[in-house]
Structures are given as structure tokens and as C-alpha cells.
Design a protein. Structure first.
Length: 71
């Protein structure tokens, strides 16, 4: 079984700090893209979360369950 993170397809990713989008990806990748945000955006006490939607090259749709952690 192939991990979803190894599937090629169109990724729509939002990195949120509170309700504000701090970074994102919105294009085709051969596998799950990696990224980072500057430390100055990861403020103490701010809730950080990542939302991911993938439409794989085979037509399957995957959605993340939005989760978060407090910095």
C-alpha cells in the first residue's frame, strides 16, 4: 500500500496561524510538498494548523482532518 504522502497529484495546502493563512501550496507535486514558516510567525500561544486537500493523478480525493497545536 502506498502512503498518501507519496501520491502525485494536485495539492491545495493552507498553513494557518489562528484564522490567518500564513503559507500555502496550490499546484501539482509528484509527492507531498514540504515547507516551513519563519519563527516570527509562530507566535507563542497562537494555534497553528494545516489543512490539506489532494486530488491524486488517479482521481482519488483526500482531505485532511484539520488539527492544531498551540505554540
Amino acid at each position: 500500500m502506498t502512503s498518501v504522502s507519496e501520491k502525485p497529484g494536485f495539492y491545495r495546502i493552507s498553513v494557518l496561524g489562528g484564522k490567518r493563512v500564513l503559507d500555502g501550496k496550490n499546484k501539482h507535486y509528484p509527492y507531498f510538498p514540504h515547507g516551513s514558516i519563519p519563527a516570527k510567525l509562530a507566535l507563542q500561544g497562537r494555534r497553528m494548523s494545516i489543512s490539506v486537500n489532494l486530488v491524486s493523478d488517479t482521481g482519488n480525493v483526500y482531505n485532511s482532518v484539520q488539527n492544531g497545536c498551540v505554540m
